[in-house]
Design a binder for this molecule. Structure first.
Ligand code: TNX
Length: 575
């Protein structure tokens, strides 16, 4: 609509007391002959009037179209095409269950701060019509996760070939609203969006983060919140490190003591805990709604002290070790020479595979210092066959490299030196890599010497260090085509609460997310830190803890105290 019809209500009035579709028409015509036909026009008129008034009276969108993390592939601003979301806007979605679910998520993101009803409706060919349209399009150039977003004065249109693409478009749209959109309760704000178009798709298929729930246990709600953080930055895998020396965190019906005995402990005598199968399914389902695949890890043959306390028959000497609540690694292992060990591996992986719709099963394989040579590779090869027999693709830490190749196998490389001929050789034999270089993306590393929690064995990792490397060229003699993507692990020996998780993830996780998503041509530290700075206000509005890293130019209007983790040093995890 280009002009405000004279019959519309006072635009200023419309701006403050919006005209709702379910109210009687308020326009000047005293007796509309066919009220039922005329009434729907009134909200449209009010909307147009308010939009026109807003355009005249209010400043343009405070966010620029390119102010998005991770950086989109292509951004074409049109400053003359800003759009303001008004109270009567609707979300119109292609008739498809997955698309509708994304529409409901968009509504759930926008309703709290706007206070608008934002009804979600479906249609064969939805149009923005003054609101937001999410459209399943046939545009093969976008790939399975890409999207196109258009902001015009007529509204917002997001097109994608899949619901996952629509959700990524929604996450971009979310960042284009003023930061107050993150407020959990209504705020008075002009919900302006910058005009123009974005065309976007990921560089790498695998973009992940890992949460170690074994060293300290984190309940389902904390994990769901971490999933929200992943979704925000278009990550699509959550790797859960479910077992380690200090705790076993997933119920296994055929070996029940793993959870009930092995799950009772944690580092530093913090409370233990484990996920029931229902808990785990909740995590998987919540992630799936956000188009995030859960990758469960059962760490074998080392990192198994908790399993051995529960089932000493798996220990090389058959004796139950005491529970372990320290932070050393490499001392425990299940006996690779005992057939019972392979019953255990098959049973556990079988139950975990049955709970996991995603294709990947992670078998660990790191730091099994006491299982050497062919004892180690023989164990790994049997574990790889068990995973294949379950119809899954095996992932393991890059220590798996010397073992024989298994179809599709994926190695997670956590080295600190890109010269790694053993891994490069495994790649030549067919392996693909997930890159988690310890000295760039280990989010348990301290930011700086005075970071109150975290390690420094792989060095200090400030935001720039997390950002300044290229997954496509990082490991010598590994071509970019063999790189499935990137993952940022958070080990939790020193991380004890949700606030501390967030403090370590933010702002480094978005840096890793950008390496996974954005084309290399957009890589630019100066531009990145500016865009990242804009996220701070959003985290503050949403009540999310983050580290106010000094190399990022956070906006000056932020209260400095909002970013200090409330519970540093205070274990608050519960079973
Ligand atoms: C190494 S990385 C480990 C973990 C520790 C981490 C601490 C890897 C596969 N193993 O067991 O938690 O260092 O940074």
């Amino acid at each position: 609509m280009s002009s405000a019809p004279t019959a519309a209500p006072d635009p200023l009035d419309a701006g403050t007391a919006p005209h709702r579709a379910d109210e009687p028409a308020r326009h000047a015509d005293p007796a509309p002959p066919v009220l039922a036909d005329r009434a729907p026009a009134a909200p449209e008129l009010a909307r147009a009037a308010a939009q026109a008034a807003g355009d005249l009276l209010a400043p343009p969108s405070p966010v620029r179209l390119g102010d998005v993390v991770p950086a989109p592939e292509q951004v074409t601003p049109d400053p003359a095409a800003d759009f303001t979301l008004l109270p009567e806007a609707a979300i119109r979605v292609s008739t498809d269950a997955g698309a509708l679910a994304v529409g409901e998520q968009l509504a759930a993101l926008l309703r709290p701060a706007t206070g608008y009803p934002l009804p979600v409706t479906d249609a064969a060919r939805p149009e923005p019509a003054g609101g937001i349209a999410l459209v399943l399009d046939d545009d093969p150039g976008l790939g399975p996760e890409g999207y196109r977003l258009d902001v015009t004065p007529a509204g917002v249109r997001i097109g994608a070939t899949t619901p996952a693409g629509l959700l990524h478009g929604v996450q971009t749209l979310r960042q284009l609203f003023p930061a107050a959109i993150e407020n959990p309760t209504p705020v008075a704000e002009r919900w302006a969006l910058p005009g123009g178009s974005i065309t976007d798709r990921p560089r790498f298929a695998y973009r992940g983060a890992m949460l170690d729930v074994a060293r300290h246990f984190f309940g389902v709600d904390a994990v769901l919140r971490v999933i929200d953080h992943l979704a925000r930055y278009k990550l699509n895998h959550l790797h859960l490190h479910l077992t380690d020396d200090q705790g076993w965190r997933i119920a296994v019906d055929s070996w029940p003591r793993l959870a009930t005995v092995g799950g009772a402990t944690a580092v530093g005598d913090a409370p233990g805990g484990w996920y029931t199968k229902a808990d785990y399914r909740r995590i998987v389902a919540y992630a799936a709604q956000r188009h995030i695949t859960v990758v469960p890890e059962i760490d074998l043959p080392g990192h198994t002290n908790a399993a051995l306390t529960a089932y000493p028959e798996l220990a090389p000497d058959g004796v139950a070790p005491p529970p372990y609540t320290g932070t050393e690694v490499g001392f425990s292992y299940v006996d690779p020479a005992n057939e019972r060990t392979y019953d255990f591996v098959a049973d556990v992986l079988g139950e975990v595979a049955a709970l996991t719709p995603g294709p990947l099963l992670h078998v660990g394989g790191d730091e099994a210092f006491k299982v050497k040579g062919t004892a180690y590779t023989g164990f790994v090869e049997r574990a790889q066959r068990i995973v294949a027999g379950l119809g899954k693709t095996v992932v393991g830490w890059h220590q798996l490299a010397p073992a024989a190749h298994a179809d599709g196998r994926v190695l997670q490389w956590w080295g600190t030196d890109g010269a790694d001929p053993v891994t490069a050789d495994a790649v030549r034999r067919g392996a693909r890599l997930i890159l988690s270089p310890g000295n760039h993306v280990y989010l348990d590393m301290k930011y700086a010497p005075d970071t109150p929690i975290g390690h420094d064995w792989a060095g200090l990792i400030d935001v720039r260090r997390a950002y300044d490397w290229d997954p496509g060229t990082h490991v010598a003699d590994v071509p970019a085509e063999a790189v499935l993507g990137v993952e940022a692990p958070l080990w939790t020996e020193s991380v004890t609460s949700l606030a501390e998780i967030e403090f370590m993830l933010l702002p480094r996780l978005p840096a890793v997310a950008e390496l996974g998503w954005s084309p290399r041509a957009t890589h630019d530290w100066t531009a990145f830190r500016e865009r990242l700075a804009g996220q701070g206000r959003r985290w503050t509005a949403a009540g999310i803890t983050f580290h106010r890293a000094p190399e990022v130019p956070w906006p000056a209007d932020e209260p400095a105290t909002a970013h200090i983790p409330a519970q540093v040093g205070t274990p608050t995890t519960t079973a």
